[in-house]
Design a protein around this ligand. Sequence first.
Ligand SMILES: Nc1ncnc2c1ncn2[C@@H]1O[C@H](COP(=O)(O)OP(=O)(O)OP(=O)(O)O)[C@@H](O)[C@H]1O
Ligand SMILES: [Mg+2]
Length: 607
Amino acid sequence: MTAYSRRRSREKMSWADLRRGIAQLSAQKWVTIGAYISLLIGTFSTAVIPLLVRSIIDEGLNPNNPTQSDENLVIRLSVLMVGIAIVGGVFTFLQGYLAERASQWVAYDLRNNLYQKIQTLSFSYHDRAQTGQLMTRATSDVEALRMFIGQGLIFALNAILLLLGITLILLALNWQLTMVVIPALILMAIIFAIFGVRARPLFQAVQERLGVFNTILQENLAGIRVVKAYNREAYERQRFQAANYALRDASLRSTRVIATIFPSAFVIATLSLILVVWLGGNFVIDNRLELGELTAFTTYLSLLLVPVAQLGFIIASASQASASASRIFNILDTENEIKEKPDAIVLPPIKGKVAFNNVSFRYFSNSEYVLSNVSFVAQPGQTVALLGATGSGKSTIINLIPRFYDPTEGSITIDDIDIRDVTLESLRRQIGIVLQETRLFTGTIRDNIAFGRPEASEEEIIAAAKAAAAHDFIMEFPQGYDTPVGERGVTLSGGQKQRIAIARALILNPRILILDDSTSSVDVQTEYKIQKALDHLMHGRTSFVIAQRISTVLNADLILVLDKGRIVASGTHQELLENSPIYAEIYHSQLVEDSAEAVSSLEEINP
Ligand SMILES: Nc1ncnc2c1ncn2[C@@H]1O[C@H](COP(=O)(O)OP(=O)(O)OP(=O)(O)O)[C@@H](O)[C@H]1O
Ligand SMILES: [Mg+2]
């Protein structure tokens, strides 16, 4: 394939995206049809008015023989004109309203579909995706496509109808004069087409840069505290300004191309008008044309400027919409890496046996293996503790259990069922997980605890909060469980957020509980409280715990020691202490030692 034909096929593909965008209108079939019928009636009304003007002049006023003017005819035609103008107005309104209505619905559906798609896309997609780009596609790109579907398309039809209609009328009025006009029209069509194709990549660049701009803005708003703490205001301001400048620059470049369309069209139109007036004037002098005819001809000719100007706008809007449509469908067409099998079964209520069978994993197809040949079995009700240096793959292992990612090689089974054979919903419903990074949602503390089970009762919410050692501090807030929590839970401390997140996992009453470093930001005393509550709660549940404290590890039925993605030792605390030098080393150097004493001292106060 040559570079040229590749470019051609890409070009063709992108206009296909525009067609696909337009096809979305089929969901609004009747509204769309209503809009187009209104358009036809409205356009027709506009088009007949000059014909009536001609009749008033040539037949009513009779300029060649003013004594024989027909006053009655003039009045009747004038009344008719007013009537037609009113009908035209009503239908022009209807056309605008219905087209807008259809396009708003299309945009509504597109935004919903985009959101749904973004939501179902797997972790690996979101690892790479930029929030700002996704947001731009769901807002600005949808709007650009909507503008074209709502106005551009209908104006296009309107313009083409007017062009054809007026050209036909011009031909009927005087074909010699029309011959002057037609080459000008063809020239304009060519200019428009060239500009449309040239503008498309420029519009794509605008949207791309808007995405970058939004990403920087979003990142900065979310991280404003870090920016301030590190005195990075000036640097970030510069980064923002650079993105802002790039956006302005791209917008101006596309505007420059689009702005040249109108003047060139008007120059051509004016030249042809001058030519017509000069030729037509001569015809009138030679008595080959009536004055009224020439007036009608030039009136129609100036009416031609309306669709010509519209077409310029439409070409701009079309190339913008086509650039945006490509960006929208690019997301909608993304293959989800985590796919449910078509014949996926609903995972029945599980006992909680979890087995890793020779699991190897890498995040990207060409990257290093993060896990190599990981095999272990957790029996129902067991507590598994994962140990290992930072980056050794602990979080990665637990991310595979709810299928946030799929193993590159090997398999994972729950109760001997391969987790790739079951529906995601039935799998994740039975797994409670507290991620390393806690995130709460706007709403009350109650809403956040009941996040995974909005139907949970007050008692269940309080029980979960108590188990997560969160009840006491929640009750200290004046509004208790109704305390509103900001976007990132800014009204809560780090440890408080973690405890809410633990309560959120516990309320699912899951058979499998996963806690990724979830007690890292609480004090020893609180950790002990959580631990006690969890010991009780973990009873009968298979739990995976990643923690830095000895107390957690001591109680585990199975300890997995990871090093660079491999299990280098496994067993209970006693077994490992005797057999594994690596474990002994971690035990003495990496685990937080204070908790053993703290626990025993707490045990005395609070048996
Ligand atoms: N989303 C990701 N995309 C690509 N690589 C990743 C991703 N998450 C983790 N990694 C890489 O995989 C390796 C294991 O990371 P993982 O998060 O599992 O470590 P960890 O044992 O949980 O460490 P920590 O104790 O710091 O939480 C690291 O080298 C990390 O760089
Ligand atoms: Mg981790």
